[in-house]
Design a protein around this ligand. Structure first.
Ligand SMILES: [Fe+2]
Ligand SMILES: [Fe+2]
Length: 195
């Protein structure tokens, strides 16, 4: 089984089973899951997308500007996931432990998690917008029998990346973030006596 097939399989398993339980996961586990499953996936697939799109731009099958846009996109996406891994997820995990152990709560340097999440969600919107634009520009990545092999690979990778990113953003925007905001509110109520 090649990487693409095995990833698609994992993705289907997640959709069918794990996804139903995701609401019950501890936030620490959800952060780790996103990091190991979705962030690492981006780091594996992005170099492949870049190398095949570079090859396609050399053959004039895609524009050089499109390749450069994808390159810029991958840099911004890496900064985004680093922000989550270095700032947001550690704070969420720390809040979780503080709550479980009834430790002293410390206000984070960014003030409140809601501020940071606002920035992160805006980035999700930007990334999704760029992906949708690329998808539309390239006929929804629909593969034709007559397409040249590299183009088929490019479309396959982009399709896979697109669905993975949708699940990734869903886990963050719809599950992780609302739960983290309410956990922070609980902690502030206990330790800072806020309402
Ligand atoms: Fe993420
Ligand atoms: Fe994210």
């Amino acid at each position: 089984m090649n990487h693409t097939a095995s990833h698609t399989l994992n993705y289907q398993i997640n959709n069918n089973n794990d996804h139903l339980k995701v609401n019950d996961w501890r936030l620490n586990f959800l952060c780790d899951y996103i990091e190991t499953n979705h962030h690492e996936y981006i780091r594996k697939i992005m170099p492949k997308i870049l190398s095949v799109s570079k090859a396609l731009s050399r053959k004039n099958i895609i524009g050089i500007d499109d390749y450069k846009d994808l390159l810029q996109f991958s840099i911004e996406l890496e900064i985004h996931i680093q922000k989550e891994e270095r700032l947001l997820f550690p704070y969420i995990k720390k809040m979780n432990t503080t709550y479980d152990n009834k430790d002293e709560y410390e206000v984070p340097p960014f003030g409140s998690i809601a501020n940071l999440i606002k920035v992160i969600e805006k980035e999700h919107k930007n990334v999704s917008g760029i992906l949708l634009k690329v998808k539309n520009a390239y006929g929804n990545f629909k593969i034709k029998l007559t397409d040249e092999p590299d183009k088929k690979v490019f479309y396959e990778l982009m399709n896979e990346f697109y669905s993975d990113f949708q699940m990734h953003v869903h886990l963050e925007n719809d599950i992780l973030f609302p739960k983290s905001i309410s956990l922070e509110k609980k902690l502030r109520k206990i330790f800072l006596k806020t309402k």
